[in-house]
Design a protein around this ligand. Structure first.
Ligand code: MG
Length: 383
């Protein structure tokens, strides 16, 4: 493997207009923000990474503002001029700085892309180099679709029918207190057999345990993060009382968090968002834990643009990622995206992982500039 030397790093803060806004128990964002990282090597190769921080600390404590600060003051200086033989060296280079996984992930992702391109490997091939020989990428990811909170069961069913018609084989519904049991019941009455799961985004407490037990009658694939966003312990009290598998999302930030959750019996499934655990190096460690313990794995999403979506698809094409992932086709989110070609849903609810070197998609610089201008104008304040 050829190493790279980091010559320059540029960041672009962007605002992307969404095809359809997603309402969760946190609320609704008017556009999707992101910080794109363009890392140039001495040899003239550009690696791209994406930081999915939002304008406000809702899903994560990190925001666009904190990520810009941490990147400019700490992460970028720690990488400039460094010769890097493998992207798995990046966490050690950034280890002096605590926290900020979304920002660190973007830096590491840019290095993965640059090194993979330098060596003529797709990202999926670059990831598989760190796994046993029988874990070669399949070339595709199993995917599903996530549906936000709507005004009624009928409005939700309309969207579900549209998504099933498009070929999505798994439906995830966002829920919150007051919008949960009657929703699941209404959907199951019409679709008794579809792969269905719910995501609570931390909207309940242990006091709701009897309420949460009602979900057991709906044959759900899982319920995601019912309790506190930073909790593992109370989930370990909840899971044994539910037939439905608990899947943790917000509260797992590392392989160690995941081991703790498994040992305490806090969950049976993990929603692995590579950004939430600081990057693909930590994600590979979590992948190995899932293989060892025979835990079903899937990859979540943060409504990434094509840059982040391509890389997550590559990871999701690894063979132990067996459950459908929250990686939808491009047209569910952006029209157009900042990369070409768009990702399309194929047969059997699959999306093909890119095969060209690195992230395998082309960043469209004029669209990046337009989205950066959108961010700048969206942050003009009026009384
Ligand atoms: Mg979630």
């Amino acid at each position: 493997m050829k190493s790279i030397t980091v010559k320059s790093i540029q960041i672009y803060t962007i605002a992307m207009t969404m095809v359809e806004t997603l309402r969760t128990s946190f609320g609704e964002e008017p556009f999707k923000s992101a910080i794109l990282v363009a890392l140039e090597t001495d040899a003239g190769v550009t690696g791209w990474g994406e930081c999915s921080a939002e304008s406000s600390p809702g899903y994560s404590y990190e925001t666009v503002g904190t990520s810009q600060h941490i990147m400019r003051e700490f992460l970028i200086p720690a990488l400039l001029g460094k010769t890097i033989g493998d992207a798995t060296e990046v966490p050690a280079l950034l280890s002096a700085f605590r926290g900020h996984p979304l920002a660190k992930h973007a830096m590491e992702a840019a290095v993965w892309d640059a090194i993979a391109k330098t060596n003529g490997l797709s990202l999926a091939q670059a990831f598989a180099r760190h796994l046993p020989a029988d874990h070669q990428p399949r070339g595709y990811a199993n995917v599903g679709v996530s549906i936000g909170i709507k005004s009624s069961v009928e409005a939700t069913l309309e969207v579900i029918n549209k998504r099933l018609g498009q070929g999505y084989g798994r439906i995830k519904l966002k829920i919150e207190p007051g919008w949960d049991v009657q929703l699941a019941r209404g959907v199951r009455a019409v679709h008794p057999d579809i792969l269905l799961m719910l995501d609570a985004n931390s909207a309940y407490t242990l006091a709701d345990i009897d309420h949460l037990k009602q979900f057991d009658e709906f044959n759900l694939l899982m319920i995601e993060q019912p309790l506190g966003y930073n909790d593992i312990y109370e989930h370990s009290k909840l899971q044994p009382q539910l037939k439905t598998s608990v899947c943790l999302d917000e509260s797992i930030h590392s392989a160690n968090d995941f081991r703790l959750a498994l040992d305490l019996g806090a969950c049976r499934i993990l929603n692995l968002k590579p950004a939430r655990v600081s990057g693909y190096t930590e994600s590979l460690e979590i992948y190995r834990i899932c293989v060892e313990r025979n835990i079903p794995l899937w990859i979540g999403g943060l409504m990434e643009t094509g840059v982040g979506r391509a890389a997550n698809l590559a990871f999701a094409s690894l063979p132990a990622v067996t459950l459908p992932c929250d990686i939808s086709a491009t047209d569910r989110y952006y029209n157009p995206d900042i990369t070409e070609p768009p990702f399309a849903l194929g047969a059997q609810s699959r999306i093909a992982a890119p095969t060209a070197p690195g992230i395998g998609v082309e960043v469209q610089m004029e669209r990046v500039q337009a989205a950066a201008h959108h961010w700048d104008t969206a942050n003009t304040y009026h009384k």
